[in-house]
Design a protein around this ligand. Structure first.
Ligand SMILES: [Zn+2]
Length: 185
């Protein structure tokens, strides 16, 4: 019970990620990061973990937490309603798989899943819609500033990439529902 209350209180805190200033202050890259090539050689440099007929999943280069994933449709649009049914379902299916992968590979204690539409809603990229999947651990809001220097190291991102990439290249090894069951215990 006490643990449950702690978790809820944690959820109300704003996740403080000061290293994201690098992103806020950096000159904006030309072109759309969700519209880059997806041929095999382009995947790792762009931190793209998986590609489906209509969507991609990638590591956020400026993560709020370890394992922060972005899931976007190939279609360059800011409007959810612009996605034809099959593209929407492919996107949602990849979102579900991304959550299952994070749960299986990283064993978070919680997850934030969301989509920011528009600048006032907090979207960093406003013209190409994308889902965020942010794994959470109890106390990570306090812990993260301490290790922020480590978290933005490119090597660290590539280590995360190499850890998660195999889960998106085969149909095996993802225990759907693992997270749910662990919380029922
Ligand atoms: Zn785009």
């Amino acid at each position: 019970m006490a643990e449950e209350r702690g978790c809820r209180e944690e959820g109300r805190q704003v996740l403080w990620a000061p290293w994201r200033m690098q992103y806020i202050e950096a000159p904006k890259a030309e072109g759309c990061i969700f519209c880059t090539p997806t041929d095999t050689s382009a995947l790792r440099p762009a931190l793209i973990l998986g590609v489906t007929p209509h969507a991609r999943v990638m590591l956020n280069k400026y993560p709020y937490n370890n394992g922060h994933l972005l899931i976007a449709p190939h279609r360059h649009t800011a409007q959810l309603a612009d996605l034809p049914e099959d593209e929407f379902h492919d996107l949602m299916s990849l979102l579900r798989r991304a959550v299952a992968v994070v749960e299986t590979a990283l064993h978070p204690q919680g997850l934030n899943i969301g989509m920011n539409l528009g600048t006032c809603a907090g979207a960093g990229i406003t013209d190409h819609l994308h889902w965020h999947v942010v794994p959470r651990w109890t106390g990570d809001t306090n812990f993260m500033p301490v290790v922020s220097a480590v978290r933005v190291m490119p090597q660290h991102l590539l280590e995360s990439y190499d850890q998660l990439r195999p889960y998106f290249t085969s149909s095996a090894a993802v225990q759907e529902g693992d997270f749910h069951h662990s919380h029922q215990r």
